[in-house]
Design a binder for this molecule. Sequence first.
Ligand code: 6A9
Length: 780
Amino acid sequence: NLINPIEQAQTPRVVTPFPAPKLMDLPQFQGEHKESLYWGTYRPNVYLGIRARTPRSLIAGLMWISIKDGRYVMRHVCQDSDELSKYGWEQHDGRNFGHQVIVDQDMNLATSFLKSKGEDSGYGGDWAVRIDVQNHKSKGKEELLTSAHLFFYLADEDGNALNIGRDTLEIHENSLLASGSRMDIGSWQLHLKSQDDLEVHYAGFKTPHIHNLSDLVQENLGLQVRKFGRLQLPDTSDDSPNILVFQISARTPFRTDVAFISGTGLESPRLEERVGSHTGTSLTSQLKEKQREFDAKFGKSFNLVDKLDSESIVAGKAAIGNLLGGIGYFFGQSKIAISGNMNPGNHDDSILYWPAELYTAVPSRPFFPRGFLWDEGFHQLLVWRWDIHISLDIIGHWLDLMNIDGWIPREQILGAEALSKVPSDYVVQIPTNGNPPALLLALNDLVHGLKKNKFTAAESDAISSFLERAFVRLEAWFQWFNTTQSGKEVGSYYWHGRDHTTTRELNPKTLTSGLDDYPRASHPSEDERHVDLRCWMLLAADCMHSIAELFEKENKSGKEYGNTVKLLSDFEILNQMHYDDAYGTYLDFGNHTEKVRLVWKETMVGHNYATRELVREVLESPKLRLVPHIGPVSLFPFIARIIPAESRILEKQLDLISNRSILWTKFGLRSLAKTSSLYMKYNTEHDAPYWRGPIWMNMNYMILSSLHHYSRVDGPYREKARTIYEDLRGNLIRNVVQNYHKNGFFREQYDQRNGKGKGARVFNGWTSLVLLIMAEAYSS
Ligand code: 6A9
């Protein structure tokens, strides 16, 4: 996607791509690799959605009818308000296979996905979907529930016309549902097979607005009900439809297989054989085989045997299954703020980033089905242990989103489907704002793995050539942080972009840090020093140094990184800048007062109206000082392992972590000390505490990882670290696993008072790190 020079002259700098060869153009991402990842369940925002990794794909998906309060409702897009008691990929290998279980009131649906490449297959191979439908009880609802209606659709984002199979009503004689042809894969056919007594109806539509598919089907069906009193698609179509929806109705229980076959020779006698091998008993045995392979690979990758009970292992499989099954492919353009007020929700002007692809895992299918920069770093800690090539592909996509300044937008809202989930105030990305370079956590693991010869030859080659090409981008990324986020003093940093004008927030948020409302200095200023960012910079410098070493780039830049590492890991300087002896921990520094509160004020609007609003009252002038809030931020030097093993400060940190009145709970560590003045405080009238108490898995994982480290290096506090490590590990696993089995889901955070999951449901982003905790897999 090179921009021609004339266009480039007019392109604002902020939307100019970083001028270096793209990672995704590396040979390792072409050819067989690319083809092997072509089709997949890459639409995590719907309960079951398939597409190819191409900007305008043929997409497939599933809807079904459920009954709520005596009314028919359509299920399609993952929505919390659907109140499904369970859904998610209990197994998924990120490539060719997945098995999802869905429980919607009395209905149980299981959806399996299988992909394979045969001799005759078109580009990307063939795939099959199996849907099993059962009723598990039907108290008094017998009549409504003994039959079920599924809607399987195909839609061509490119607008290509799809052909309807010869006669869907005679599906048992002729399994063909639809056919067509595309540039990418050639001719294709969709077949449906079932042993059960099914009825199939269809509707065809021509429209470019594919993200509204649920409405389209619902309206069409509603019309049929009103006109003819039947819940049945009309068996008619617009001319040259690019969307075909097939209604599959049957008495429960039933099973149906859908096979997508592509390539030449679709008219040949082999076709029937190919359909056969993607459906029925042949599909059953292939799915069983894939299931076994998944289990074996799970065992090999995470090695949990003897460590844990079977309940934990089931949850561990769901952790990786859902993370991999949640990987999506997106295409579109971010909106970027260019001028004026840089605060969220207050953007007069925005421009579009270049059209870009993103292959990424997502934090949560129903709530946040899109890419988030720092979340992805944590996701990759799991993914690289499962499949290095998928992981490099994901990290490569992210690094290719870097602009000429070395900036990567934090939240990626690409394409109409993604956009439809985000309130307009939150769409625009601010190019002066950062987000932790957590992708380096994963890259750092890979670099160390390379040095220790942990990978196969093919993996090592892939990682090396990746790092070699990534290096200039990583340098630019480092420079972006080092120049735009630096503080007044050498070796100090702060998250730029906090709002110093707001009068509403009890403590102005720091969305950039990823820890949103975790309290910082009460009055944002240029004098701030954020201890977490300082430690991220150490990690970044250290990672750059290791990569430079690897390629013997012992030149200027390699040395500079070495010097930065020295500076940022200097214990004395760290202590001078951030240590508070009274609290025995590390703290932010800034213009701060503890004496703030929210109060209701009446303000006049014009002459007649008075409105009441909650505003901040400052009861004492702030002054430059250490900011006495204790939480994960205070523990970053511990996380970064800067503290020497024999230091008394290490003992103090361990005491802080294990202190029940401060951070410790039976369910994990709080995100803010119980003793903090802002513990569990609302930030505005509507902004409930988020990182002000509840337990978050990513921070707990990082702290646990360091406890593990200090329990293995010699020193006077080794035993102490070991005991705390084991207790914390046990608490985290027990609570997440119990919640999973009781409520069916992983959650965004856990209540520090009773362990209950809260925030977004189906949060299989970094909460999945519980699997690495089970496996005791940490960075070296
Ligand atoms: C706002 C409102 C439906 C918040 O997991 C993604 C991020 C993390 O990166 C961040 O550290 N989450 C954490 O503090 C979720 C953020 C969602 C922002 C979307 C739009 C949506 O209303």
